[in-house]
Design a protein around this ligand. Structure first.
Ligand SMILES: Cc1cc2nc3c(=O)[nH]c(=O)nc-3n(C[C@H](O)[C@H](O)[C@H](O)COP(=O)(O)O)c2cc1C
Length: 179
């Protein structure tokens, strides 16, 4: 069993990145278990380092228990979202107890245009490398949601193979590099 924690950097009810995460899970290989991490958290503040609130404590536990992490990020103003950064800040602390250290990671994202979150993903990659995660280099998934998913959230016919191959590569990366 390969356990993958999924962080989607959006709180929006109609988040296209939540839809993308669901679509990826729907075509994952057998033997992969996904845990969606709740990122609706208070803003990180190191005054909490001695006693994490319930939500951030659960986030850390879910990441600790996972073999790897899939980050599905929107692009906000040419970077990844503040929601994603806040979740990462919680998971990275207290100092010396980062839940991300050494874990395999992969990044995907969807936007409403053809740039497909490429700048957000590059910015996020910098952060994950700093956190000593083993970030998958290829394949990359910069997606225009209008091309990849149908209105009802199912995968457009022309994208089934790509998403299936992408999530299989993520699972293989996590399996190969897990502790
Ligand atoms: C504050 C804000 C900034 C945005 N900046 C970008 C951007 O830099 N690049 C981009 O491709 N889309 C940008 N968008 C459009 C998003 O791709 C679009 O809103 C998308 O639905 C966000 O993903 P989500 O639905 O998962 O939250 C922006 C949207 C918002 C609300």
């Amino acid at each position: 069993m390969t356990k993958i924690a999924v962080l989607v950097g959006s709180l929006s009810k109609n988040s296209i990145n939540k839809k993308l995460a669901n679509a990826l899970e729907s075509v994952a290989p057998e033997g992969v278990e996904f845990t969606t991490v709740d990122v609706d958290l208070p803003l990180y503040n190191y005054d909490f380092d001695g006693a994490y609130p319930e939500g951030p404590a659960l986030l850390k536990q879910q990441i600790d228990e996972a073999d790897g992490v899939l980050f599905v990020t929107p692009e906000y103003n040419r970077s990844f979202s503040g929601v994603m950064k806040n979740a990462i800040d919680w998971g990275s602390r207290p100092w010396g107890k980062s839940s991300f250290n050494g874990k395999p990671a992969a990044i995907a994202g969807a936007s409403i245009g053809d740039l497909g979150t490429s700048q957000a993903q590059q910015a996020l990659r910098n952060v994950l490398l700093f956190l000593n995660m083993q970030v998958m280099g290829q394949p990359e998934a910069y997606l225009n949601i209008n091309k990849v998913l149908n209105e009802d959230g199912t995968i457009a016919q022309g994208s089934v193979d790509f998403l299936t191959e992408y999530i299989a590569a993520v699972a293989a990366h996590v399996e190969k590099n897990k502790a």
